[in-house]
Design a protein around this ligand. Sequence first.
Ligand code: SF4
Length: 226
Amino acid sequence: MKRKRPTFFEPQSGKRSKTIDIEKLTSNILSWWDNEKITPPWGDTKDPYKIWIALIMGQQTNINIVKKEHKKWIEKFPDIKSCASASKSKIKKYWKLGYNNRALNIRKCAKIVINTGFPKSVKELKNLPGIGMYTASALASICFNQVTPVIDVNVTRIMKRVYMIYDKDDVKKKALNMIKVNPKRCGDINQAIMDLGVYICKPKKQKCEKCPISKMCNGGNFISEC
Ligand code: SF4
């Protein structure tokens, strides 16, 4: 019978996983992110409207395309009011990313929050049209400093590699523990982990040699197999 080839995440026989200092892990990622000065697709703003549009655009769309389309969208619909009052056909006309439901939900949601503003909690945000767990957590932590982890494919991959874990509840717990290290910067920590996944800890050809947490990461044990 053919033996299953070990994956990147599987522990090597005889190697014990490293004990990880979570404060150091978090501060290394945050310092890396601070130094890299990675501009998010929404630019240098904490405006929930602009961040929300970029997050919705980012679903199933490449980050460089999001940056370009986000700029055009904000020129056309600079705030919630302009977005809520636009006709369906106008919204669809300026939405160039396919999956038109995303754009129509943006309009629906804008009509709801136009008078009240965005709610601050994940639970309330998730009740709005087109806003799922990922978008709600990102908005809550980045815009409203709510201590909640953002779990996307990048964060999941990093937690699995760093801690050698497989279960999605464990992934969430580890990510939450990291943002609790510095709650005042919970949004930044979430963004830093996601960006580490985009630029360094990629699904394939991860750049362990450039990674700020390579000395702590259990996945780094397998660099020769990557
Ligand atoms: S050391 Fe390698 S596997 Fe670990 S987080 Fe960094 S890039 Fe990913």
